[in-house]
Design a binder for this molecule. Sequence first.
Ligand code: HEM
Length: 403
Amino acid sequence: MTHAPAPAFSLPTSDADPFAAEHLAQPEPLHQQLRQAGPVVHLTRYNVYALARYREVHAALVDWQTFQSAAGVGLANFRHEKPWQPPSLLLEADPPHHDAPRRVLREILAPPALRQLRATWQTVAEELVDTVLADRGRQFDAFTDLASAFPLRVFPDAVGLGPEGRDNLLPYGNMALNAFGPANDLVKADADRAAELSAWVNAQCAREALSEDGFGSRIWAAADRGDLTHTQAPLVVRSLLTAGVGTTVHGLAATLYAFATHPDQWQRLCERPELARVAFDEAVRWQSPVQTFFRTATTDVTIAGALIPEGTKILMFLGAANRDPARWLDADRFDLTRDPSGHVGFGMGIHQCVGQHVARLEAEALLTALARRVERIELTEPRRHLNNTLRSWAALPVTVRPA
Ligand code: HEM
């Protein structure tokens, strides 16, 4: 990547709409086309530049000086367009503004700070799996009964939310992640509830709404210490509610889907439950629950001979990078013997997911609880839910064989 003027060069173009239903439902064919077309492809429909190869996606993610987030990580360019809600102080900020909120959340969500949650989450996971097997028997919906139910039970408690209105969390997350795409039918479908859901989420971010010992109150305590301002605190709490629920629900669903379609890998996990964490990361690589994010060029920049003009949007296909055959051997295979580290499913660089340890702890609890009780998972008719950013599920009906 250089900042030198571009030589004469024919830039590959594509008129595909990555946010069209067919590509959201099954993104791999488009990903393959984009990777094969070249290191940079001009998407004419939106006048944005697409990066789909691992090498370029990784390089752009770690170069925040050239590829900024503060102009929005969706299609909307905050230099010209008004954001639909006040921008995130983490996801949609560049240094130096990004530094303090990031430092505060990094500490609150770091592995040592999460240690005290481990035993409780494991107990909740064991009870949940027991209840599902007792109440539903061998057939249930692994999306609703496990992948959604578990995070929705433990995460709002960990943040310190009250008991009312928690059913707003998934629709709010769905809406926020749709909003990174174009104003298509998915965004229009959310419009009716947008004001109501935002009002509810914003109300939960107030100090009085939060219990005394959760992530939320620790964010407010950081403001009391002067590590953040009191105006910033509620927006940092909001980041947890926007980025921490749907991502994990669909990440867990991706993992259960991976195992249901790869019985040999499930057997391996049952024999060696200590592989749960690496299995979750491999599922995040293989399915990429967060499929895409944008950046904005802060200067004219040349990538592999292609000039990207200052101020234009760059669409990074995390999902395509995570299956790039130039980086991953047998990239399309879900494989517990692989080392998935280096995948960009949690991003990379200064914005790399600050909640990834929370997600891994949830996954470890649920997978080990399930592996102790179930020796085989068979999928019947899975149904996708479409979202502009999240690779999502509507249903994962399974039949299981108890261990
Ligand atoms: C950032 C994915 C779970 C909070 C990110 C980014 C990705 C991501 C790709 C980078 C965005 C960028 O570079 O622009 C995921 C996935 C998850 C997950 C796949 C689950 C499987 C969580 C959880 C939390 C969380 C549980 C909260 C506890 C955040 C926040 C950011 C972020 C606040 C912004 C960080 C920054 O900009 O500095 N996540 N995430 N995420 N994530 Fe996650």
